[in-house]
Design a protein. Structure first.
Lengths: 321, 82
Protein backbone atom coordinates (compact mmCIF):
# COMPACT_ATOMS: atom_id res chain seq x y z
CA UNK A 1 0.00 0.00 0.00
CA UNK A 2 1.35 3.42 -0.90
CA UNK A 3 2.45 5.57 1.99
CA UNK A 4 0.43 8.67 2.72
CA UNK A 5 2.33 11.74 1.62
CA UNK A 6 1.69 14.94 3.53
CA UNK A 7 2.21 18.33 1.89
CA UNK A 8 3.86 19.65 5.02
CA UNK A 9 4.71 18.35 8.45
CA UNK A 10 5.41 20.83 11.20
CA UNK A 11 7.83 19.60 13.84
CA UNK A 12 6.67 21.35 17.00
CA UNK A 13 3.34 22.97 17.81
CA UNK A 14 4.25 26.39 19.14
CA UNK A 15 3.15 29.77 17.75
CA UNK A 16 5.39 29.50 14.66
CA UNK A 17 4.12 26.06 13.65
CA UNK A 18 0.47 26.75 14.39
CA UNK A 19 0.55 30.10 12.59
CA UNK A 20 2.10 28.36 9.59
CA UNK A 21 -0.50 25.60 9.84
CA UNK A 22 -3.35 28.13 9.75
CA UNK A 23 -1.94 29.40 6.45
CA UNK A 24 -1.13 26.04 4.88
CA UNK A 25 -4.46 24.44 5.74
CA UNK A 26 -6.30 27.44 4.35
CA UNK A 27 -4.38 26.71 1.13
CA UNK A 28 -5.70 23.13 1.27
CA UNK A 29 -2.25 21.73 1.96
CA UNK A 30 -2.39 18.49 3.94
CA UNK A 31 -0.78 19.55 7.20
CA UNK A 32 0.32 17.49 10.18
CA UNK A 33 1.73 18.95 13.37
CA UNK A 34 4.03 16.83 15.55
CA UNK A 35 4.38 17.71 19.21
CA UNK A 36 6.17 15.88 22.00
CA UNK A 37 5.43 18.41 24.74
CA UNK A 38 2.78 21.08 25.10
CA UNK A 39 0.75 22.44 22.21
CA UNK A 40 1.64 26.12 22.25
CA UNK A 41 5.23 25.45 23.27
CA UNK A 42 6.83 27.78 25.80
CA UNK A 43 3.97 30.24 25.27
CA UNK A 44 1.61 27.67 26.79
CA UNK A 45 3.61 27.42 30.00
CA UNK A 46 4.01 31.19 30.31
CA UNK A 47 1.75 32.66 32.95
CA UNK A 48 0.74 35.79 31.09
CA UNK A 49 1.41 37.26 27.65
CA UNK A 50 1.12 41.03 27.54
CA UNK A 51 2.87 41.95 24.29
CA UNK A 52 1.09 39.91 21.65
CA UNK A 53 -0.87 42.25 19.37
CA UNK A 54 -4.64 41.99 19.53
CA UNK A 55 -5.00 41.32 23.25
CA UNK A 56 -5.38 44.75 24.86
CA UNK A 57 -5.64 43.28 28.34
CA UNK A 58 -3.09 40.51 27.76
CA UNK A 59 -3.86 36.81 27.68
CA UNK A 60 -2.98 33.74 29.74
CA UNK A 61 -0.40 31.60 27.97
CA UNK A 62 -2.52 28.47 28.14
CA UNK A 63 -5.57 30.27 26.79
CA UNK A 64 -3.46 31.72 23.97
CA UNK A 65 -2.13 28.28 23.08
CA UNK A 66 -5.60 26.73 23.13
CA UNK A 67 -6.90 29.49 20.84
CA UNK A 68 -4.03 29.02 18.39
CA UNK A 69 -4.68 25.31 18.23
CA UNK A 70 -8.45 25.77 17.86
CA UNK A 71 -7.85 28.08 14.91
CA UNK A 72 -5.39 25.71 13.24
CA UNK A 73 -7.68 22.73 13.84
CA UNK A 74 -10.69 24.59 12.41
CA UNK A 75 -8.99 24.65 9.00
CA UNK A 76 -8.02 20.97 9.14
CA UNK A 77 -4.63 20.79 10.85
CA UNK A 78 -4.00 17.33 12.26
CA UNK A 79 -2.03 16.70 15.44
CA UNK A 80 0.22 13.75 16.20
CA UNK A 81 1.52 13.50 19.74
CA UNK A 82 4.99 12.03 19.52
CA UNK A 83 8.61 12.80 18.83
CA UNK A 84 10.45 13.21 15.54
CA UNK A 85 13.89 11.62 15.78
CA UNK A 86 15.31 12.16 12.28
CA UNK A 87 14.55 13.82 8.96
CA UNK A 88 15.75 11.81 5.96
CA UNK A 89 16.14 13.58 2.62
CA UNK A 90 14.68 11.39 -0.12
CA UNK A 91 14.73 14.12 -2.76
CA UNK A 92 11.21 15.28 -3.55
CA UNK A 93 10.01 13.70 -0.33
CA UNK A 94 11.28 13.77 3.24
CA UNK A 95 10.90 10.82 5.56
CA UNK A 96 10.40 11.62 9.22
CA UNK A 97 11.44 8.93 11.64
CA UNK A 98 9.24 9.30 14.69
CA UNK A 99 8.15 7.51 17.84
CA UNK A 100 4.84 6.89 16.02
CA UNK A 101 6.53 5.33 12.95
CA UNK A 102 7.64 6.81 9.63
CA UNK A 103 5.87 9.75 8.02
CA UNK A 104 6.45 10.97 4.45
CA UNK A 105 6.01 14.57 3.40
CA UNK A 106 6.87 16.91 0.58
CA UNK A 107 8.05 19.67 2.92
CA UNK A 108 8.92 20.12 6.57
CA UNK A 109 8.78 23.10 8.90
CA UNK A 110 11.10 22.80 11.88
CA UNK A 111 9.53 24.85 14.66
CA UNK A 112 10.67 23.06 17.78
CA UNK A 113 11.45 26.28 19.60
CA UNK A 114 13.63 26.48 22.62
CA UNK A 115 13.59 25.48 26.24
CA UNK A 116 14.81 27.04 29.44
CA UNK A 117 18.53 26.63 30.02
CA UNK A 118 19.97 24.93 33.03
CA UNK A 119 22.40 26.90 35.17
CA UNK A 120 24.70 23.92 35.62
CA UNK A 121 25.45 24.26 39.32
CA UNK A 122 25.74 21.55 41.97
CA UNK A 123 22.35 20.48 43.24
CA UNK A 124 20.41 21.57 40.16
CA UNK A 125 20.14 18.11 38.64
CA UNK A 126 19.86 16.25 41.95
CA UNK A 127 16.89 18.30 43.13
CA UNK A 128 15.04 18.55 39.80
CA UNK A 129 11.30 18.36 40.58
CA UNK A 130 12.23 18.07 44.25
CA UNK A 131 12.70 21.79 44.66
CA UNK A 132 14.30 22.84 41.37
CA UNK A 133 11.86 23.81 38.62
CA UNK A 134 11.67 25.42 35.18
CA UNK A 135 7.88 25.83 34.89
CA UNK A 136 6.16 28.16 37.33
CA UNK A 137 2.68 27.55 35.94
CA UNK A 138 3.17 23.79 36.39
CA UNK A 139 4.82 23.60 39.77
CA UNK A 140 4.19 26.91 41.55
CA UNK A 141 1.11 25.58 43.33
CA UNK A 142 3.31 23.34 45.49
CA UNK A 143 4.81 26.41 47.18
CA UNK A 144 1.86 27.96 48.98
CA UNK A 145 3.21 30.07 51.85
CA UNK A 146 6.77 28.87 51.16
CA UNK A 147 9.97 30.80 50.44
CA UNK A 148 11.34 30.67 46.91
CA UNK A 149 14.40 31.70 44.94
CA UNK A 150 13.98 32.71 41.30
CA UNK A 151 17.14 32.85 39.18
CA UNK A 152 17.36 35.16 36.16
CA UNK A 153 16.99 38.76 35.10
CA UNK A 154 15.12 38.59 31.79
CA UNK A 155 11.44 38.81 30.92
CA UNK A 156 10.68 35.21 31.87
CA UNK A 157 12.33 35.47 35.30
CA UNK A 158 10.51 38.67 36.20
CA UNK A 159 7.17 37.55 34.77
CA UNK A 160 7.26 34.16 36.47
CA UNK A 161 8.51 35.60 39.78
CA UNK A 162 5.45 37.84 39.83
CA UNK A 163 3.23 34.83 39.04
CA UNK A 164 4.79 32.89 41.91
CA UNK A 165 3.77 35.60 44.40
CA UNK A 166 0.28 34.04 44.13
CA UNK A 167 1.66 31.18 46.16
CA UNK A 168 4.96 32.01 47.85
CA UNK A 169 5.35 33.98 51.07
CA UNK A 170 8.59 35.56 49.83
CA UNK A 171 10.82 35.39 46.76
CA UNK A 172 14.52 36.22 46.42
CA UNK A 173 15.19 37.11 42.79
CA UNK A 174 18.87 36.51 41.96
CA UNK A 175 20.17 38.52 39.00
CA UNK A 176 23.72 37.90 37.86
CA UNK A 177 24.08 41.31 36.17
CA UNK A 178 23.85 44.80 37.63
CA UNK A 179 20.47 45.42 36.00
CA UNK A 180 17.52 43.59 34.51
CA UNK A 181 17.32 42.48 30.89
CA UNK A 182 13.54 42.44 31.33
CA UNK A 183 11.43 45.08 29.63
CA UNK A 184 10.74 48.39 31.36
CA UNK A 185 7.06 47.51 31.56
CA UNK A 186 7.80 44.32 33.49
CA UNK A 187 10.25 46.09 35.76
CA UNK A 188 7.57 48.65 36.54
CA UNK A 189 5.12 45.84 37.31
CA UNK A 190 7.71 44.20 39.53
CA UNK A 191 7.75 47.32 41.71
CA UNK A 192 4.18 46.49 42.73
CA UNK A 193 5.41 43.21 44.22
CA UNK A 194 8.31 44.54 46.28
CA UNK A 195 6.58 43.50 49.49
CA UNK A 196 7.10 39.88 48.40
CA UNK A 197 10.03 39.98 45.97
CA UNK A 198 13.53 41.05 47.00
CA UNK A 199 15.86 41.66 44.06
CA UNK A 200 19.56 40.84 44.44
CA UNK A 201 21.65 42.24 41.57
CA UNK A 202 25.27 41.19 40.95
CA UNK A 203 24.51 37.85 42.56
CA UNK A 204 25.56 34.55 41.09
CA UNK A 205 23.89 31.24 41.84
CA UNK A 206 26.60 28.79 42.82
CA UNK A 207 24.96 25.84 44.52
CA UNK A 208 21.55 24.46 45.44
CA UNK A 209 21.66 22.71 48.77
CA UNK A 210 19.19 20.37 50.42
CA UNK A 211 18.59 17.10 52.17
CA UNK A 212 16.03 14.30 52.11
CA UNK A 213 14.85 15.28 48.62
CA UNK A 214 14.11 18.84 49.72
CA UNK A 215 15.88 22.07 48.85
CA UNK A 216 16.83 24.13 51.88
CA UNK A 217 19.02 26.92 50.54
CA UNK A 218 20.80 28.48 47.60
CA UNK A 219 24.39 29.60 47.94
CA UNK A 220 25.45 32.54 45.78
CA UNK A 221 28.19 35.11 45.55
CA UNK A 222 27.92 38.88 45.75
CA UNK A 223 30.06 39.79 42.74
CA UNK A 224 30.85 43.24 44.13
CA UNK A 225 32.28 42.02 47.44
CA UNK A 226 33.11 38.43 46.61
CA UNK A 227 31.23 37.36 49.72
CA UNK A 228 29.19 34.19 49.78
CA UNK A 229 25.48 34.69 50.47
CA UNK A 230 22.98 32.06 51.57
CA UNK A 231 19.30 32.24 50.75
CA UNK A 232 17.03 30.01 52.83
CA UNK A 233 14.40 28.59 50.50
CA UNK A 234 11.97 25.76 49.85
CA UNK A 235 12.40 25.81 46.09
CA UNK A 236 14.22 27.33 43.14
CA UNK A 237 12.76 28.37 39.79
CA UNK A 238 15.31 28.89 37.02
CA UNK A 239 14.80 31.22 34.02
CA UNK A 240 18.26 32.08 32.69
CA UNK A 241 17.77 32.08 28.96
CA UNK A 242 16.87 29.67 26.22
CA UNK A 243 18.56 26.78 24.48
CA UNK A 244 17.46 25.34 21.12
CA UNK A 245 15.42 22.13 20.88
CA UNK A 246 17.56 20.76 18.07
CA UNK A 247 19.00 17.58 19.60
CA UNK A 248 16.67 15.53 17.37
CA UNK A 249 18.61 16.83 14.35
CA UNK A 250 21.89 15.20 15.39
CA UNK A 251 21.45 12.48 12.74
CA UNK A 252 20.06 14.87 10.12
CA UNK A 253 22.16 16.76 7.59
CA UNK A 254 20.83 20.21 8.41
CA UNK A 255 23.24 22.99 9.21
CA UNK A 256 23.10 24.42 12.71
CA UNK A 257 24.91 27.44 14.13
CA UNK A 258 27.54 27.14 16.87
CA UNK A 259 24.88 27.18 19.59
CA UNK A 260 22.60 24.68 17.89
CA UNK A 261 19.98 26.90 16.29
CA UNK A 262 18.93 26.01 12.73
CA UNK A 263 20.46 28.11 9.98
CA UNK A 264 18.16 29.30 7.20
CA UNK A 265 18.39 31.52 4.15
CA UNK A 266 16.21 34.58 3.65
CA UNK A 267 13.34 32.31 2.61
CA UNK A 268 13.54 30.47 5.94
CA UNK A 269 14.74 27.37 4.08
CA UNK A 270 17.41 25.25 5.75
CA UNK A 271 20.41 23.62 4.12
CA UNK A 272 18.11 20.69 3.20
CA UNK A 273 15.89 21.78 0.29
CA UNK A 274 12.20 21.60 1.18
CA UNK A 275 12.88 21.82 4.89
CA UNK A 276 12.15 25.20 6.47
CA UNK A 277 12.58 26.59 9.98
CA UNK A 278 10.73 29.32 11.87
CA UNK A 279 10.40 30.73 15.36
CA UNK A 280 12.75 30.38 18.31
CA UNK A 281 14.64 27.44 16.78
CA UNK A 282 15.85 29.56 13.86
CA UNK A 283 19.32 31.06 14.09
CA UNK A 284 18.89 34.81 14.54
CA UNK A 285 15.34 34.59 15.91
CA UNK A 286 14.23 37.34 18.27
CA UNK A 287 12.56 34.91 20.70
CA UNK A 288 9.27 36.77 20.64
CA UNK A 289 5.87 35.12 20.22
CA UNK A 290 4.74 37.74 17.71
CA UNK A 291 7.92 37.22 15.68
CA UNK A 292 7.40 33.46 15.74
CA UNK A 293 3.85 33.85 14.45
CA UNK A 294 5.09 36.16 11.70
CA UNK A 295 7.87 33.77 10.72
CA UNK A 296 5.34 30.94 10.68
CA UNK A 297 3.19 32.85 8.20
CA UNK A 298 6.22 33.66 6.05
CA UNK A 299 7.39 30.05 6.13
CA UNK A 300 3.95 28.90 5.01
CA UNK A 301 4.10 31.18 1.99
CA UNK A 302 7.62 29.95 1.16
CA UNK A 303 6.43 26.36 1.51
CA UNK A 304 3.56 27.05 -0.86
CA UNK A 305 5.98 28.50 -3.41
CA UNK A 306 8.24 25.48 -3.01
CA UNK A 307 5.34 23.09 -3.54
CA UNK A 308 4.24 24.99 -6.63
CA UNK A 309 7.69 24.33 -8.04
CA UNK A 310 8.78 27.93 -7.91
CA UNK A 311 12.48 28.47 -7.63
CA UNK A 312 13.00 30.71 -4.65
CA UNK A 313 14.98 33.72 -5.73
CA UNK A 314 18.24 34.44 -3.92
CA UNK A 315 16.79 37.74 -2.73
CA UNK A 316 13.58 38.17 -0.74
CA UNK A 317 10.61 38.80 -2.98
CA UNK A 318 7.36 40.58 -2.34
CA UNK A 319 4.53 38.25 -1.43
CA UNK A 320 1.09 39.47 -2.38
CA UNK A 321 -2.14 38.38 -0.71
CA UNK B 1 -8.24 -0.68 29.55
CA UNK B 2 -7.18 0.17 33.12
CA UNK B 3 -9.57 0.04 36.05
CA UNK B 4 -9.07 3.68 36.87
CA UNK B 5 -6.99 6.69 35.83
CA UNK B 6 -6.51 9.72 38.09
CA UNK B 7 -4.68 12.87 37.01
CA UNK B 8 -3.43 15.49 39.45
CA UNK B 9 -3.45 18.87 37.70
CA UNK B 10 -3.41 22.63 38.21
CA UNK B 11 -5.34 25.31 36.32
CA UNK B 12 -2.30 26.74 34.54
CA UNK B 13 -0.38 23.58 33.69
CA UNK B 14 -0.06 23.12 29.92
CA UNK B 15 1.32 19.59 30.24
CA UNK B 16 -1.75 18.63 32.26
CA UNK B 17 -3.87 19.71 29.31
CA UNK B 18 -1.74 17.54 27.05
CA UNK B 19 -2.25 14.43 29.20
CA UNK B 20 -6.01 15.03 29.24
CA UNK B 21 -6.01 15.70 25.49
CA UNK B 22 -4.10 12.49 24.75
CA UNK B 23 -6.22 10.31 27.06
CA UNK B 24 -9.39 11.86 25.65
CA UNK B 25 -8.27 11.25 22.06
CA UNK B 26 -7.58 7.61 22.90
CA UNK B 27 -10.99 7.22 24.53
CA UNK B 28 -9.82 6.76 28.12
CA UNK B 29 -11.96 7.99 31.00
CA UNK B 30 -10.13 9.67 33.88
CA UNK B 31 -10.73 11.39 37.17
CA UNK B 32 -9.09 14.80 37.58
CA UNK B 33 -7.86 16.17 40.90
CA UNK B 34 -7.24 19.89 40.44
CA UNK B 35 -4.77 20.96 43.12
CA UNK B 36 -5.75 24.62 42.77
CA UNK B 37 -9.27 23.65 43.77
CA UNK B 38 -8.19 20.97 46.27
CA UNK B 39 -4.89 22.20 47.73
CA UNK B 40 -5.33 19.86 50.70
CA UNK B 41 -4.57 16.98 48.31
CA UNK B 42 -1.07 18.23 47.48
CA UNK B 43 0.53 16.00 50.08
CA UNK B 44 -1.25 13.02 48.53
CA UNK B 45 0.14 13.98 45.11
CA UNK B 46 3.62 14.37 46.56
CA UNK B 47 3.40 11.04 48.38
CA UNK B 48 2.35 9.26 45.19
CA UNK B 49 4.98 10.70 42.86
CA UNK B 50 7.70 11.83 45.22
CA UNK B 51 7.97 14.96 43.10
CA UNK B 52 6.73 18.53 43.40
CA UNK B 53 5.27 18.75 39.93
CA UNK B 54 2.17 18.10 37.87
CA UNK B 55 0.72 16.41 35.92
CA UNK B 56 0.79 13.18 37.90
CA UNK B 57 -1.14 10.37 36.27
CA UNK B 58 -1.99 7.36 38.43
CA UNK B 59 -3.05 4.31 36.45
CA UNK B 60 -4.75 1.58 38.49
CA UNK B 61 -4.86 -1.82 36.82
CA UNK B 62 -7.52 -4.47 37.39
CA UNK B 63 -5.25 -6.28 39.83
CA UNK B 64 -5.11 -2.99 41.79
CA UNK B 65 -1.44 -2.48 40.98
CA UNK B 66 -0.62 1.12 40.21
CA UNK B 67 1.69 2.86 37.79
CA UNK B 68 2.56 6.52 38.22
CA UNK B 69 3.58 8.73 35.31
CA UNK B 70 4.98 12.18 36.04
CA UNK B 71 4.74 14.87 33.37
CA UNK B 72 3.52 14.47 29.80
CA UNK B 73 5.65 11.48 28.97
CA UNK B 74 4.11 9.41 26.19
CA UNK B 75 6.87 6.82 26.33
CA UNK B 76 5.63 5.94 29.84
CA UNK B 77 1.98 6.93 29.58
CA UNK B 78 1.09 4.86 26.50
CA UNK B 79 2.28 1.50 27.90
CA UNK B 80 0.89 2.36 31.35
CA UNK B 81 -2.69 2.64 30.10
CA UNK B 82 -2.46 -0.12 27.48
Amino acid sequence: MAEKVWDVIMVGAGPAALSAAIYTTREDLKTLVFEKGAVGGLAAVTDWIDNYPGFPKGVAGLEFADSLWAQAERFGTELELGEVTEIVDEGAHKRLKTTSGDFVTKTVLIATGSDYKKIGVPGEKEFYAHGVHYCATCDGAFYRDKRLVVVGGGNSAVQEAMFLTKFASHIDLLVRGDKFRASDVLQHELEKHKDKITVHFNTTTDEIVGADNKVTKVIGTDKLTGNKIEFETDGVFVFVGLSPNSAFLKNTKIELDEIGFVKTNQHLETSMPGVFAAGDIRSGATMQIASAAGEGATAALMIRQHLEGHTLSPEPSMVSN
Amino acid sequence: MPKNITIFTTNTCAYCSMVKRWLGAKGYQYEEVNLDEHPHRQQEALAISGQLTVPITVVTKHDDSQQVVVGFNLAQLAPAVA
